[in-house]
Design a protein around this ligand. Structure first.
Ligand SMILES: Cc1cc2nc3c(=O)[nH]c(=O)nc-3n(C[C@H](O)[C@H](O)[C@H](O)COP(=O)(O)OP(=O)(O)OC[C@H]3O[C@@H](n4cnc5c(N)ncnc54)[C@H](O)[C@@H]3O)c2cc1C
Length: 424
C-alpha cells in the first residue's frame, strides 16, 4: 500500500490552497491529491469570478476580518489576479444607502467558464511540477482513522494527515464520513431564491461593476452576477429519497466569446432554522421537489410583467414583442412561481427587487425573467477540535462542503489554514 504524508481529497480551491501551502513549505513532502472527476467541478470550473474582499465567501462563525484578510493576502500571492476596475458607481452607492441597502465595494476578477478551465489546468500542472502526486478519477469512499488509511474506488492509501474538501456536491458524502467518525455537525441554514435574467440595458451597472453585491434588509442579497456571454443553467440534484430536482444557476464565458446582451444574477434569501431545528438540506429538497411538481420536472420561469399582473407565464409570452428576448434556459417551464415559493421568501425577494429597481431603474422591466428555484446549501458544519478545521485527529474538513467557505477565495484560504494546522 502506498503511503503519503498528506492526502487531499478534492482538487477544488480548498484542496489546491492546502496543496500549494504544503509543497511550498516543504518541497519533499509526499502529497497525494485525488478527485473523483477528470477536472474539478466547483466554481473554478463554472464562471470563475473571484472576490478578494472580506466578508464575501467567509462564514462569520469561522473567520474574523483579520484572519480572513491575512489569508487573502496569501491567496492573492499565489493566484496573482487582475482586479477589475469599477467606474461611475457613486450614484448607485448613494441611492442604495438612502433605501437602507448596502452596496459592497469588492475587489473582483472574472475569468469566465472557459478561463476557469484554463486556470485549473495551469494550477494542476504547476502542482505536478512541484512534486504533488495528482490522481484524477479516483473517488474517495471511506476513511479508516485507526489504520490511517483512505479507501478509494482504485485502492487503499495510507496517510499521516488527511484533508477532505469535497465541495457542495460532496454534501452527502461528507455526512457519511462524519457519521463514521462520530463527528457531530449541524445543517440549519439555506439560501433560497430566484435567478433574474434581463437585458444588459436594464441593469447597466454591470458595465462598471462586474458582480455588484447588494445586501437588502430581510437577509436578501444579490449573488453571482454574470454578463457578456451570460447563460442560465440547470443543475441536477437528488433528494435523500433519490428523486431528481433542479436548481438554476448562472455563468458567463470570458470576454473572448460573443456577448449576448443579457445579464443574470441571483436574488437569494437566507433562511436560518432555530426551534424546532430543521435540516436546511431537507427543506431545500422539499422546495425543489415542489417546484418540479409545478414545472413538470423542470424549474419554473415567469416574466416580471406576468408576475405583476398575478398571472402565470405561458410559452407564447416568450416572444419577440414586449417580452423582447428569449430565455437562455428555454428548458424551464413557463409558470407561476408564487404557487411554489414560500410566502415569506417571496415577499422578501420581491420587496428587495423593488428596491433594486429604484437603485437601478429598469431591472423590473416586464420582460425580465425570474427563474425558480435557485438553492444554495450551506453544508453540514462539523464541530472542529481546533482552529485549523481539524474535525478528528489528523483529519481536516474544509471548503464549501464543510461550511468553512462560500466562494473560491475563502475555500482557498481554508486550505491554507488547514495546512497551517500541521505545519505549525
Ligand atoms: C455552478 C457554480 C458556480 C459557481 N461560481 C462561483 C464563482 O463564480 N465564484 C465563486 O467564488 N464561487 C462560485 N461557486 C462556489 C464555489 O464553487 C465554491 O465556493 C468553491 O469551489 C468551493 O471550493 P471547494 O474546494 O470547497 O469545493 P469544489 O470546488 O466543489 O471542489 C470539490 C472537489 O472535490 C471533488 N470530490 C467530491 N467528492 C469527492 C470524493 N468522494 N472523492 C474525490 N473527490 C471528490 C469534486 O469532484 C470537486 O472537484 C460556484 C459554485 C457552483 C456550483
Amino acid at each position: 500500500m502506498e503511503k503519503f504524508d498528506v492526502i487531499i481529497g478534492g482538487t477544488g480551491p480548498a484542496g489546491l490552497g492546502a496543496a500549494f501551502r504544503l509543497i511550498r513549505h516543504n518541497p519533499k513532502m509526499r502529497i497525494l491529491m485525488i478527485d473523483r472527476e477528470k477536472v474539478s467541478t466547483g466554481g473554478l470550473r463554472n464562471d470563475c469570478k473571484m472576490n478578494f474582499t472580506f466578508p464575501i465567501g467567509f462564514p462569520l462563525e469561522n473567520w474574523t476580518r483579520t484572519q480572513a484578510e491575512n489569508y487573502l493576502e496569501l491567496v492573492i500571492k499565489e493566484l496573482e489576479p487582475e482586479i477589475l476596475q469599477k467606474r461611475n458607481i457613486s450614484t448607485y452607492f448613494k441611492r442604495a444607502e438612502n433605501l437602507g441597502v448596502a452596496l459592497l465595494d469588492i475587489k473582483q476578477t472574472h475569468l469566465g467558464t472557459d478561463g476557469g478551465l484554463e486556470l485549473i489546468k495551469k494550477l494542476i500542472a504547476k502542482l505536478g511540477d512541484l512534486g504533488v502526486d495528482i490522481r484524477l478519477e479516483h473517488c474517495l469512499t471511506a476513511v479508516n482513522p485507526d489504520s490511517g488509511q483512505i479507501v478509494t474506488d482504485r485502492g487503499t492509501f495510507g496517510y499521516e494527515h488527511l484533508i477532505i474538501a469535497p465541495g457542495r456536491q460532496g454534501f452527502r458524502f461528507l455526512q457519511t464520513i462524519m457519521d463514521s467518525l462520530n463527528v457531530s455537525y449541524i445543517d440549519h441554514i439555506v439560501d433560497i431564491g430566484v435567478r433574474i435574467e434581463t437585458k444588459q440595458e436594464n441593469y447597466p451597472i454591470v458595465s462598471d461593476y462586474y458582480d455588484p453585491k447588494f445586501i437588502f434588509p430581510d437577509k436578501v442579497r444579490t449573488f453571482c452576477t454574470n454578463s457578456g456571454a451570460a447563460h442560465v443553467v440547470m443543475e441536477k440534484y437528488h433528494s435523500s429519497a433519490g428523486k431528481p430536482y433542479y436548481s438554476v444557476n448562472g455563468h458567463a464565458f470570458s470576454g473572448e466569446k460573443k456577448p449576448n446582451g443579457l445579464v443574470n444574477f441571483a436574488m437569494l434569501k437566507t433562511v436560518e432554522f432555530t426551534q424546532p431545528l430543521a435540516s436546511g438540506q431537507e427543506f431545500a429538497e422539499n422546495l425543489g421537489l415542489q417546484a418540479m411538481l409545478m414545472g413538470g420536472g423542470k424549474p419554473i420561469m415567469q416574466r416580471v410583467g406576468d408576475f405583476r399582473l398575478g398571472k402565470r407565464s405561458k410559452a407564447e409570452g416568450f416572444n419577440d414583442d414586449l417580452y423582447n428576448f428569449r430565455p437562455t434556459q428555454p428548458n424551464c417551464t413557463p409558470g407561476d412561481i408564487s404557487l411554489c415559493m414560500p410566502a415569506k421568501i417571496l415577499r422578501g425577494i420581491w420587496k428587495s427587487m423593488k428596491a433594486l429597481d429604484t437603485i437601478i431603474p429598469g431591472v423590473l422591466h416586464p420582460g425580465t425573467i425570474m427563474y425558480y428555484p435557485e438553492i444554495k446549501l450551506y453544508a453540514n458544519k462539523p464541530s472542529f477540535i481546533d482552529d485549523n478545521f481539524q474535525a478528528y485527529k489528523n483529519i481536516y474538513l474544509i471548503g464549501d462542503g464543510a461550511g468553512t467557505s462560500r466562494g473560491i477565495t475563502a475555500a482557498w484560504a481554508s486550505g491554507i489554514r488547514a495546512a497551517d494546522g500541521f505545519i505549525k
